[in-house]
Design a protein around this ligand. Structure first.
Ligand SMILES: Nc1nc2c(ncn2[C@@H]2O[C@H](COP(=O)(O)OP(=O)(O)OP(=O)(O)O)[C@@H](O)[C@H]2O)c(=O)[nH]1
Ligand SMILES: [Mg+2]
Length: 255
């Protein structure tokens, strides 16, 4: 699948029956070493991104979910609601196309599309580059920077981008077993948003059970249940963002 993080390293393109989990040859060892050095280079640039955001009092939020969970739709609603009170910038991560950047621009936010050309997650150096393009576009700094990661619930959890808040989203049709099956996304996030709550009557999705399971993985998760369609839960999300932006600005003044 992705050549960068190594998640496709066993895709040899032929039929075979080896057990990959016990293979320990030279190629495997080299792949692990390359992955480790990529992760540490990523970490170094992520820290420098974070310092840059802190210096300018910018609240950076990284959104992670499977394709289609409703990341861009939630951003569209958020921009509509907050654009008159906050400066909003968006970095849109996708494998291909400018579509999500066009969608959020149409709602009034500045946006830069980051296309990974195959990689299934964003990395800190691309965010660094994209943020400078966004600064130029905005002729200044945003109050909030949203980074919409590539639709994928696995690999983005391993790559810190310099964000202050990591948000994981699961939509109701995806099923209630997702926190347990994709624990890293939940363990490394600060916020969990259950999206498409308007579809609850049509699916076996027990919200309380899902919340409980997510909290058993990470007791510090702040949880929202929202519907972009009916507006349910959105005001709580907007208030949370307002509060966090104020905290960030106050920290900048004190610093
Ligand atoms: N019923 C319902 N549909 C929704 C809601 N939010 C988003 N959708 C629909 O879900 C689909 C995918 O939404 P997107 O916002 O594009 O999802 P995404 O997570 O940005 O997708 P990728 O960028 O491809 O990963 C669209 O058809 C949306 O209209 C919601 O609250 N309720
Ligand atoms: Mg999207």
């Amino acid at each position: 699948m992705c050549d960068v993080c190594g998640c496709g390293q066993h895709d040899h393109g032929h039929e075979h029956h080896h057990n990959h989990f016990v293979v320990s040859d030279d190629t495997t060892r080299k792949n692990v070493e390359i992955k480790k050095s990529l992760l540490s280079e990523n970490e170094r640039v992520a820290r420098s991104n974070r310092e840059h955001f802190d210096r300018h009092g910018i609240l950076a939020i990284n959104l992670i979910s499977s394709p289609g969970s409703g990341k861009t739709t939630l951003l569209e609603k958020t921009i509509e609601a907050l654009k008159d009170e906050l400066k909003i910038g968006v970095l849109e991560g996708d494998i291909e196309t400018e579509r999500d950047a066009e969608r959020v621009r149409a709602k009034g936010a500045a946006a830069v599309q980051l296309t990974t050309g195959g990689a299934c997650h964003l990395e800190a150096p691309l965010v660094h580059k994209g943020f400078h393009a966004l600064e130029k576009q905005m002729e200044g700094y945003p109050d909030i920077l949203f980074i919409e990661n590539v639709g994928n619930l696995v690999c983005p959890s391993s790559f810190y981008l310099g964000e202050h808040i990591r948000v994981v989203l699961i939509s109701v049709p995806e099923g209630e077993d997702k926190p347990a099956k994709y624990p890293k996304a939940f363990k490394t996030s600060d916020v969990f948003i259950i999206t498409k709550a308007d579809l609850l009557p049509y699916f076996d999705f027990d919200v309380e059970k899902v919340k409980e399971e997510a909290l058993s993985l990470n007791p510090n998760l702040k949880i929202f249940v929202v519907s972009a369609k009916t507006g349910e839960g959105l005001e709580e999300w907007f208030n949370f963002l307002r509060e966090k932006v104020q905290e960030k600005k106050a920290a900048k003044v004190e610093g």
